[in-house]
Design a protein around this ligand. Sequence first.
Ligand code: SF4
Length: 330
Amino acid sequence: MRAVADRVKQAGVDGLTDAQRRADAARYQEVVCRSALNRVQGMPFNWTLNPYRGCTHGCHYCFARRYHVQFEMDADDEFASVILVKQNFVETLALELDRPSWRRELVALGTATDPYQPIEGHYRLTRGSIEALARGRTPTGLVTKGPMIVRDCDVLGDLARAAACRVYMSVPTVDEDAWRLLEPGTAHPRQRLRAVRELVDAGIDAGVLMAPIVPGFSSSRTKLERTIKAIAEHGARFVGCNVMYLQDGTRSHFMKFLQQEFPAMVPRYERLYARKYPPASYRREVQAMVRVLQERHGLATREERMREETTREETAAARTAEPEQVGFAW
Ligand code: SF4
């Protein structure tokens, strides 16, 4: 305590160089955006929406860390503590959805930030976007780790009725040690699962993404089974999984984190992540294990759900000339 007090006396709080910055210490910078809908290629969807940049959830594996570098900020602390808020996002989106040229293609909301990180409680840009998407009859997939999403059950329901809406709650693991270490600013995984239950009970198509599974932290059979069992118990309508990949700023951040917290794991990670993804054989092994556990606990895979949905959509399309709903895979 004395040493800390001395450092603050000499250099102010900036002198606490090993202090962890948490969500409540974040800085929020309002910005004006020129467009809301962002066109992407090589994904199962063509458009993304991100009302914020940066994320106070601060997951160490977050692939969006590298995008912060585009704003001359680092992929480490600044990704989780300097958040850009696109203050005119909802109005801009509404104008874009109103254009006669808008073809109501599938939109993915929350690909480079969490749309329900705490600041959403103040700005409500995600809620406004969902309302605009419902008015624009635009099918949407939304990914989040934020239980705050249950606040928006009403507008998510409107969107589902107007077009289509699927919620992907990200719960990579229910293991508390892995959660605390890897996702320092997020809600407890079981709180997220309770949100899934609430969404499903409200008639929203909601499931879970176990993504990413992080080798050595959440990849053991025991941890996978506990997670899948908990997901099934909370009524998730589907589950999907992915093994972590590391690229650019995310790679350098994650390796720094390992070096600092678990130096003994570094050589293994260097071998496993010689490339962006671990070897295909490793990924196949994890996915096969997840598949067996899903079957054991009666959970549909995303693919099965999509097949069901396609059949349902084809039947519906034959009966009505309503707008097409596009399948969605994350
Ligand atoms: S919640 Fe999502 S966007 Fe936010 S840091 Fe974690 S992985 Fe990244």
